[in-house]
Every structure is written in structure tokens, then in C-alpha cells.
Design a protein around this ligand. Structure first.
Ligand code: ZN
Length: 219
């Protein structure tokens, strides 16, 4: 029998570690990791027509409209061999986007990383990021060897400007209102995996691997 290929999405509140877990999952199954954040940055850097539109929203700190997000992600998916599988992270962000995605490709795993607001805030407030390689550190959970300096490339560590308490609360509200309805959307499709995202990174990944194995996915 042909190996069942992973066509997964990752979702969870900011600070739930979906980028990290998405990358681990993609590496383990040897499939591409498609991060909307990275796609947006690449489009903006490439100065495409879509990139120029994206830039306006990103710089204003505004939500990118569904139509534009759908177009950027769909373009990327069309360039890939979807039969080989993938892990999508940062998309879909709401049920409208999920409905659009469902017309392009059928998802067979939706990983929901559950993290309570109080823990998400704690994680995000302590987070710093390298200006050069974008490696993320946390003041107490994963501190850099030298304060203020990236252990990988020596770059400066700064707080992301959307990691202030007020903005974090706003992002969490948006998540509950906009993204959380994906739980029932994907539960109805029978592909929802709910994971306790408050554990340490290796344990979160272990839980994801156990539950994907139960669904018949072998890495
Ligand atoms: Zn760095």
C-alpha cells in the first residue's frame, strides 16, 4: 500500500509554538513546511504586485484580507507537488480561508495546539528574536548563552514590536474570535488533532507523533 502522505495544517494562538512544531513535523515526514509568514516576507522582498499590497497591510499592522492571503498561498501550493504532502503553518486563519483551501486541496490532519491565554502571554512577553537569522529565544525558557546576542550567528536580539502586552492581548482576542472556529470546522471533517501545547517542545512533538501514528501516518 502506498504510504499515506501528510497534508497538514497547524493552528493555535500566538506563542503556541506552531512554527517550531510545524517545522519538526515537516522534517520528520520529509515534506515541505509552508509558513505564511515566510511566504509574505518573500513576496514583499521580491517586490511583486502581491508583495507591494502585502507590504501596506503588514506595515500598518493590519490583517491581510482573505482574498490576498488565499491568492499568495494558492500560488505557492500550485508550484508544489501536493501528492507528496506538506505542512501549512499560519494558514488558514479563519473558516473562509479554510473553505477556500478545501477547494484547492483536502487537508488530512489539522493540528490544534492548545495553550491558555495566560501561558501565551507569558511566552510572548519574554520572547526575543535575532535581527539577522530570526532565531527565537525566551528570557527564561530558552535564554541565549550571552544576553542580547544570538548563539547561532552573533546577531542582536530584539523584542518583536508586536510582542507588547496590549498587542498580545489583541492578537489573542483575534485568535479566539477568528481562528478558533477552525476547531469545529476540522472536527466535522474528522481530521482534528488537539494537542496540549503547554508542554515542553519535545513532549508536544511526541504527542503530535503519537496521534498522527494512530491515524495511520508513518514517518
Ligand atoms: Zn541569529
Amino acid at each position: 500500500m502506498a504510504k499515506k502522505r501528510l497534508r497538514a495544517i497547524m493552528f493555535g494562538p500566538p506563542g503556541s509554538g506552531k512554527g517550531t512544531q510545524g517545522q519538526l513535523l515537516a522534517d520528520r515526514f520529509d515534506v515541505p513546511h509552508v509558513s505564511t509568514g515566510e511566504l509574505f516576507r518573500a513576496e514583499i522582498a521580491g517586490k511583486s504586485a502581491q508583495g507591494k499590497m502585502l507590504k501596506k497591510y503588514v506595515e500598518a499592522g493590519a490583517l491581510v484580507p482573505d482574498e490576498l492571503t488565499n491568492a499568495v498561498v494558492t500560488n505557492q501550493l500550485k508550484r508544489m507537488d501536493l501528492r507528496k504532502g506538506f505542512v501549512l503553518d499560519g494558514y488558514p486563519r479563519n473558516v473562509e480561508q479554510a473553505t477556500h483551501l478545501n477547494r484547492v486541496v483536502k487537508i488530512n490532519i489539522a493540528v490544534q495546539l492548545r495553550v491558555a491565554d495566560v501561558e501565551a502571554v507569558r511566552r510572548l512577553v519574554g520572547r526575543v528574536q535575532c535581527v539577522d537569522c530570526e532565531q527565537v529565544y525566551h528570557k527564561t525558557d530558552s535564554p541565549p548563552i550571552k544576553p542580547g546576542m544570538c548563539a547561532l550567528c552573533g546577531g542582536n536580539l530584539i523584542k518583536r514590536n508586536d510582542d507588547t502586552k496590549n498587542l498580545i492581548r489583541k492578537r489573542l482576542e483575534t485568535f479566539h474570535f477568528m481562528t478558533e472556529p477552525l476547531v469545529s470546522y476540522y472536527r466535522q471533517k474528522g481530521v482534528l488533532l488537539t494537542i496540549n501545547g503547554e508542554q515542553a517542545i519535545p513532549y508536544v512533538f511526541e504527542e503530535i507523533m503519537k496521534k498522527t501514528a494512530k491515524l495511520g501516518f508513518k514517518s
